[in-house]
Design a protein around this ligand. Structure first.
Ligand code: F6P
Length: 547
């Protein structure tokens, strides 16, 4: 059974329109529509999304809005805001908006007001963070905490790690480290120099059963116990989880547990107790600002008309680019060094949410769903993969993200950064024709065969689309709004594609087979395939050689 989406009138209209638009140039769209630069943009509190450099016209935008209405996007947005069970395969809601709800507000998840519980945990987090940050919280030897290590993976790592990095300049708490990989090199490197008496460990895991996290957590626990005995655990380990029983089994005092709930998806969880490492780093006021920025984006998402709704526009443009214009992959380039962990977070958000090939009802999709997403910070990325963005065989639409204020006291750096960011999107759109290259080379004194053979290498096809997202500055508030913007973009895409953005069954098989490989390593028959057996055998021989 396949879904009927591509047979629907709204989809077909867009397909026809895309055929017509494929022969057009973005630069001509500007020539034909003098108000394009002003009108093809939308704003919220100084955040401006400029989508005028997309290969789309007013008619096409209208067709996209019709698709959104046909797919009942307004209804789905209200259902998410009302805390309905959107994640049917796990029987859960997607309640991350409630995590940034204002104190005193009422927000329901599956019929119950969750705000009292959300705020109770937030208050405990604040109180705990203040004790650690002020030096009241002491380790086993009576010393203050100097280093905090968050052990977690996936959503229990990317979010806090990325925000901590983005707000690094505002950090005024203990030093924060992250351990996610089960590769012992990561935790081993830290254990070589951390002081057990002054280190606090946060074990962050929604399930508290994730193999990588629990392996790292047990290694940290053993290390502490070797130095200071079991009784030190209650002063050096806290847990962030939904699973109280497992926390107790691990030996962490439930008084040191910061709870969250199964209606918070891992990749949407940094706003919950999963953000404890952020709070320890920058303090409650900035963490609140992060939540407030996200809340402003939530309110906009829930109430703004589709035509001016930033997440909706961002998602529908992606749908246009990938489902109708057949472009390659989504590239995201923040011109902000402090966003260098943003892409990893965004990859999990987009690809774990929408990397599905069946609809909510289990029908197979016959259209493209999740779009491969990659990128890096500008201007570094210009010296890595921008060659292919400009002259490679496939068109990869880009989201440029640019905070308008730069590092204090280094204005010249910011001027250059801004110039580069704006130049790249202009270059992608405009390109350079053979005639222009000719003229340019001629002006440099080239002629004849030397000129002719140089031309093709210097031609840029142009007509390559991009969005530019301007942020007033990269502070906690605007960061919160930015992250919520992309969260909602992901959800809108899933609604159009008719898929469940909130489960992740695709990660399970690898986890199961890892157990089989471990069994085979213990000499048991695990039914592995010949290739895997041969690889394992070579690993075994090589490790024996090492021993
Ligand atoms: O990768 C699968 C996944 O379940 C993610 O969705 C999640 O963020 C990550 O593992 C970590 O899970 P947990 O927080 O339960 O340790």
């Amino acid at each position: 059974m396949t879904t009927a989406l591509i047979q629907t009138p709204a989809w077909r209209r867009l397909q026809n329109h895309a055929q017509a638009m494929k022969g057009r140039r973005i630069t001509d769209l500007f020539d034909n529509d003098p108000k394009r630069a002003a009108d093809f943009s939308a704003s919220l509190e100084g955040i401006r999304l400029d989508y005028s450099k997309q290969l789309i016209d007013r008619e096409g935008l209208g067709f996209l809005m019709a698709l959104a209405r046909q797919q009942d996007l307004p209804g789905w947005i209200q259902r998410m805001a009302a805390g309905e069970t959107l994640n049917a395969t796990e029987g859960r809601a997607a309640g991350h908006m409630a995590l940034r709800g204002a104190a005193g507000s009422r927000m329901e998840v599956q019929g119950a007001d969750v705000m009292p519980a959300v705020h109770a945990v937030r208050q405990r987090m604040n109180a705990f963070a203040e004790r650690v940050r002020s030096g009241q919280w002491r380790g086993y030897s009576g010393q203050t905490i100097q280093d905090v290590v968050n052990i977690g993976i996936g959503g229990s790592d990317y979010g806090p790690r990325m925000v901590r990095e983005a707000l690094r300049d505002e950090a005024d708490g203990p030093r924060i480290h992250f351990v996610s990989n089960v590769d012992g090199a990561q935790i081993g490197g830290l254990l070589r120099w951390l002081d057990p008496a002054r280190t606090l460990w946060i074990v962050t895991s929604k399930t508290f059963t994730t193999q990588e996290t629990m392996t790292n957590a047990h290694t940290a626990r053993r290390w502490l116990v070797q130095h200071a005995g079991e009784e030190a655990i209650s002063r050096h380990f806290v847990a962030v989880s939904t699973n109280r029983a497992e926390i107790e089994r691990f030996g962490i005092d439930p008084a040191n547990m910061f709870e969250f709930w199964d209606w918070v998806g891992g990749r949407y969880s940094l706003w919950s107790a999963v953000g404890l490492a952020i709070l320890l780093s920058v303090g409650p006021a900035r963490f609140d600002a992060l939540l407030e920025g996200a809340r402003a984006m939530d309110q906009h998402f829930v109430s703004a008309p589709l035509e001016r709704n930033l997440p909706v526009l961002l998602a529908l443009i992606a749908i246009w680019n990938f489902n109708f214009l057949d472009y390659g992959t989504q590239v995201v380039v923040p011109y902000a060094q402090r966003l260098d962990k943003f892409i990893g977070w965004l990859q999990q958000l987009e690809l774990e949410s929408n990397g599905k090939t069946v609809t909510r009802d289990g029908a197979r999709v016959n259209y493209r769903t999740s779009v491969e997403l990659w990128g890096d910070v500008g201007s570094n990325a210009q010296h890595a993969f921008f060659q292919t963005l400009h002259q490679g065989p496939r068109v990869h639409p880009v989201d440029f993200i640019l905070p308008m204020q730069g590092a204090p006291g280094l204005d010249e750096h910011h001027r250059i950064l801004v110039a580069n960011c704006l130049a790249q999107s202009a270059a992608l759109m405009r390109g350079k024709t053979p005639a222009q290259v000719h003229e340019e080379l001629h002006g440099k004194g080239l002629s004849g065969e030397a000129l002719e053979s140089a031309v093709p290498h210097r031609v840029f096809s142009g007509n390559r689309p991009s969005n530019t997202l301007l942020l007033p500055r990269l502070d906690a508030w605007h960061l919160g709004a930015l992250l919520a913007l992309y969260e909602h973009r992901t959800f809108v895409e899933s609604v159009i594609w008719e898929i469940n953005a909130f489960d992740q069954w695709g990660v399970e098989l690898g986890k199961q087979l890892a157990q089989d490989v471990l069994k085979a390593m213990d000499g048991k028959d695990a039914g592995l395939d010949p290739s895997t057996i041969a690889l394992l055998e070579q690993v075994r021989r090589s490790t024996q050689g090492q021993a």
